[in-house]
Design a protein around this ligand. Structure first.
Ligand code: ASP
Length: 340
């Protein structure tokens, strides 16, 4: 038999389509890690894999509390007496990009690869993309390159840059405003080291505090700013506003500027980005955007909304002071901001 690659990979199963089986109510996660791996015989021959069945959820139900459970599981594995060389997390695709971003913020100075993967069709389906995705994740997990990544459709994406862009297509994720960091082809896994975040600097630290009091608003013409008045009383501590184009909000007839100013005065962190998927926001360009910054909003620059949400949830968990959250939000982490 072929020799196995050095070191153990820790596989954490959390549910998702990859693990799903039919039920009377539609697909439900049913498989644990061992059952998933039964469909990946060549991976079993090639890698030493230890399995942890952590969750069994459709990722629609994966929320900040589950991010904590996953981050703690990773921390446990890598501080164990015999740490793995890398970690693979099988996960539903619907919120995988949020989890990938969240883990990037919670696992500080990560010394090994943590790779999320899943599939668009259950692993039991003969046409499934699951085994190829899992093979890509295992290859990345044994690459020795530290960081949080997402492996899908033969591509490796940075955890802070992934966005789910397709509901059924196998190319379900794109790396937004950042090149993919690797791909699988005839030469195996090829990584582009120039696209990887700077190497870790300092000891590993688990930052597992969260506060989910964040709202995302995609602005639409005619939106009534009065609807935002309820947010402080509901305990909302941060708003991510997906504004128009490179950066603009309406003030004519319905004055969003004063509404945002009131939220900031009430202690909310207001992050403003673009509802365009590609390229940066820059609220300095047009008068309808500049006034937003003048009122104290924090620019999202070229970050994904997924990363904005995950960064705010983790920062709000760590800090009470909105000024501190706003200051730390602007600091690039794991390649999340490039074009400021
Ligand atoms: N609803 C599923 C989930 O996110 C979809 C998937 O895994 O592809 O768990």
């Amino acid at each position: 038999m072929e020799a196995k690659s050095g070191g153990t990979v820790h596989l954490i199963a959390t549910g998702g389509t990859i693990a799903s089986v039919p039920s009377a109510h539609g697909l439900v996660p049913g498989f644990g890690g061992a059952e998933i791996l039964r469909y990946c015989q060549s991976a079993l021959l090639h890698y030493d894999i230890e399995i942890e069945d952590l969750l069994n959820l459709d990722s629609s139900n994966i929320q900040p509390e589950e991010w904590q459970i996953m981050a703690r599981a990773v921390a446990r594995a890598l501080t164990s007496p015999r740490p793995p060389v890398g970690i693979v997390i099988t996960h539903g695709t619907d919120t995988m990009a949020y989890t990938a971003a969240a883990l990037s913020y919670m696992l500080v100075n990560l010394p090994l690869p943590v790779v999320l993967t899943g599939s668009q069709l259950p692993i039991t389906d003969p046409l499934s993309d699951a085994t190829a995705n899992l093979a890509a994740a295992l290859a990345m997990a044994t690459s020795g390159v530290p960081g949080v990544f997402l492996a899908f459709d033969r591509q490796i994406l940075l955890g802070t840059r992934a966005v789910k862009v397709r509901t059924t297509g196998f190319a379900a994720f794109e790396s937004i405003n950042h090149p993919i960091v690797g791909h699988i082809g005839g030469d195996g896994l090829v990584l582009d080291h120039s696209c990887l975040p700077p190497p870790v600097n300092g000891p590993f630290r688990l930052e597992d505090a969260v506060d989910a009091s964040v709202m995302v608003l995609k602005l639409s013409p005619g939106f009534d700013p009065g609807l935002l008045e309820a947010l402080p009383a509901r305990g909302c501590r941060a708003l991510v506003l997906e504004a128009f184009g490179i950066g603009g909000v309406h003030e004519l007839r319905r004055n969003l500027l004063t509404a945002l100013e009131s939220l900031i005065a009430a202690g909310l962190v207001v992050v403003v980005g673009s509802q365009c998927l590609y390229e940066r926001s820059d609220f300095r360009r047009y008068a309808v955007g500049r006034s937003v910054l003048e009122r104290g909003a924090v620019p999202a620059f070229d970050m994904t909304t997924e990363s904005c949400v995950a960064k705010l949830i983790t920062l709000l968990g760590r800090y009470r002071d909105p000024a501190e959250v706003a200051r730390r939000f602007r600091e690039p982490v794991c390649g999340d901001i490039q074009s400021a």
